[in-house]
Design a protein around this ligand. Sequence first.
Ligand code: MEV
Length: 315
Amino acid sequence: MPAIFETAPAKTILVGEHAVVYGQPAIAIPVHDLRVKVVMQALPIAQRGTVLIKAPDIALQAYVDQLPEEHPIAFAIAQVLAHFKLEKSPACQMSITSPIPIGTGLGSSAAVSVAILKAYASFLGQALPREVISAMAYEVEKITHGTPSGIDNSVIAYEAPVYFVRGQAVELLQAGERFEFLIANTGIAHKTSEAVAMVREKREANPGLYDPILQQIGELANEARSAILKGDAMALGRLMNANQTLLGGLGLSTPELAVLIQAGMRAGALGAKLTGAGMGGNVLVLVEAETRGLVEEALRKAGATAVYHTQVGKA
Ligand code: MEV
């Protein structure tokens, strides 16, 4: 049997991270060029039940039954087996490779889960609907991140811009125009679960201060939805900047993020903000086709360890 592979993209949050955990709307888009790849190969002479996992990026090589049940990879595989009512897996090797930097707000864990779920189902000769993939990846995200909103698994499973409200069906957004983005890495990793816990503690200690900030972020997400549908890049840029100010108010920005944001804006970007959990990680910068090169150069000069590109809307 020839090898089978599936991929899943990274993601970036355009507006609404953290507030989305508390029921506010948020918008996320896929990063199509940055993809996890999972290759499945049958192991014809190995015993049924053998699943050899190779994930060189995290220095993991193990049989699935050597991993704890709640290991994200083992748990993803177990969910697919249970879904198709299979007791044992056909013998196989699963190779996972990912160029997505870990702990930088680009959804690496959800992308790994989605790629595994798709590849393993394909290997079993099955296909899973996107909503099932998203729901299964959400269960894995709970192991990795504690109390995730579900936005990462949604945007990655659907591979489309999503307007997301916790507990509601996702709305896929059709952008009225093409929007171009750069994503620049500070090179500083941070755990999402810790950033989410920090915001939770602050909010619990002072809801009068923090609830209005979270609500204002939700309002920005609603305005951003309209700007995307209309194709209004200037408005979207302003909303991203306003979102960054509010994220700063939640204590999620850092000097390194601020340096990249300032460099991007000075070089002509329309808007810039941290993306994902913050406290390090990446900034998301809205650019125009004409200024993209200059902004990218400025981001690199300001210390970005990597710059990625993504876009939404008409080609
Ligand atoms: C992480 O990509 C986004 C956060 O809002 C957490 C979540 O939504 O689960 C920080």
